[in-house]
Design a protein around this ligand. Structure first.
Ligand SMILES: *Cc1c(COP(=O)(O)O)cnc(C)c1O
Length: 397
């Protein structure tokens, strides 16, 4: 037998974390890494937040799981907080981002079906999007590398170029249910939609009776300096998928919707055994306690602006390696002039700095939202040393 006990679907690197210490990770061999990846935009509070740990510990001792057969005071409380904080009137809790998007897709189909238009099942999605790895969510993405070996796809998705309003409009037809879009593409390379694109999609949805679904799994929950990114666009969605940061490291997602958009989601239409269990709700509550207030969000914006200014100044030293910095808040990307993987690996293996590669030649910078200037200094020191040694070894064109 040559297959590994862990199904070999990930090309895992040599970093083997066994402990977290605020914004650092400690490997099996004791190596200490600066974590500007945050488990892919998940560990908003870093790795050893006392409030998050204490809340989870206490809830674990009281009650972890009961299923959705029973009333949920814990779920009601968190759903109410999300309703109060957002456009939404109602919330379905999931265990992951893909499931949150899956619920959003079902909610959109059920909306039109309940309105007597079951033929309106098609979502317009965008090139280089990432919505997860279930059959529906890979079908929602045009990325063929995720489709290979898994055909046939789920019918009902059409792909338009990202940020191209005219192309999206041209795809609207009698079967269209709505748009599904990441306001800021994460895996696609930290590409933020233009304000005109987002307001244009909203206007098209209103004009044609379509739903605007936002996938804020990566950009949501304070990451960009507002609780959700849509607030910065002045655009209100009908449905929104959230996950990653919302559990602070505990697996949790949610599908948020207006009352109107959720009209088809009645008794018996959807479910999840674990979704929104008391332990997950405790984690969400602890995260919301910390991040869902203006002072915290203002700090994310200010910290993001300082980090970005430092990066923009720094990349000028290596014009053959770096092209530009983009993103919002603490969801930043550095577009390189080479494929980012080799450089990300170099920073990781030789300078103990963790970042994440993405599409469009981009290296993602996704620190915990609780970094301070000492972490920014350490990041720039490691990045600077990494760029110098990378150039020295002849890896820069
Ligand atoms: C990570 C991600 C998902 C999928 O979330 P999982 O928890 O991995 O299922 C969906 N959409 C976006 C935008 C993401 O970044």
């Amino acid at each position: 037998m040559t297959i590994t006990p862990l199904m070999p679907v990930y090309p895992r690197c040599g970093v083997r974390p066994v402990r977290g210490d605020h914004c650092h990770l400690i490997g099996e061999d004791g190596t200490r890494y600066l974590d500007f990846a945050s488990g892919i935009a998940v560990n908003l509070l870093g790795h050893s937040n006392a409030h998050l740990i204490g809340t989870i510990q206490q809830q674990a001792a009281n009650l972890m799981h009961v299923s959705n057969l029973y009333g949920s005071p814990q779920g009601e409380a968190i759903a109410q907080r999300l309703v109060d904080l957002t456009f939404a009137d109602t919330v379905f809790f999931t265990n992951s981002g893909a499931e949150a998007v899956e619920c959003a897709i079902k909610t959109a189909r059920a909306y039109h079906s309940a309105g007597g238009n079951p033929e309106r099942y098609e979502l317009i999605t965008f090139n280089n999007a990432f919505h997860g790895r279930t059959m529906a969510t890979i079908s929602a993405s045009d990325q063929e590398k995720m489709h290979k070996g898994f055909l046939p796809l789920l019918p009902g998705f059409k792909y338009a170029p990202f940020d191209d309003l005219a192309a999206a409009e041209a795809l609207i037809g009698p079967n269209t249910a709505g748009f599904l879009v990441e306001p800021i593409q994460g895996e696609g390379g930290i590409r933020d939609a233009s304000p005109e694109f987002m307001t244009g999609l909203r206007a098209l949805a209103d004009k044609h009776g379509l739903l605007l679904i936002l996938d804020e799994v990566q950009c949501g929950v304070a990451r960009t300096g507002s609780f959700y990114a849509y607030e910065q666009y002045g655009v209100t969605p009908d449905i929104l998928a959230t996950a990653k940061g919302i559990g602070g490291g505990f697996p949790l997602g949610a599908c948020l919707a207006t009352e109107n958009a959720a009209r088809g989601m009645v008794f018996g239409t959807h479910g999840s055994t674990y979704g929104g269990n008391p332990l997950a709700m405790a984690a969400a509550g602890a995260v919301l306690d910390v991040v869902a207030n203006e002072a915290f969000l203002a700090n994310v914006r200010a910290t993001g602006a300082r980090l970005r200014a430092r990066l923009e100044q720094f990349i000028g030293n290596y014009p053959d390696l770096f092209e530009l910095v983009r993103g919002r808040g603490l969801m930043l990307g550095i577009k390189l002039r080479i494929e980012p993987r080799a450089f990300v690996a170099h920073l990781r293996d030789n300078h103990q700095l963790l970042t994440v590669a993405a599409g469009d030649m981009t290296m993602r910078v996704l620190p915990p939202l609780v970094i301070d200037d000492t972490h920014i200094d350490e990041f720039l020191d490691r990045l600077s040393a990494g760029a110098a040694s990378f150039a020295e070894q002849g890896s820069v064109p």
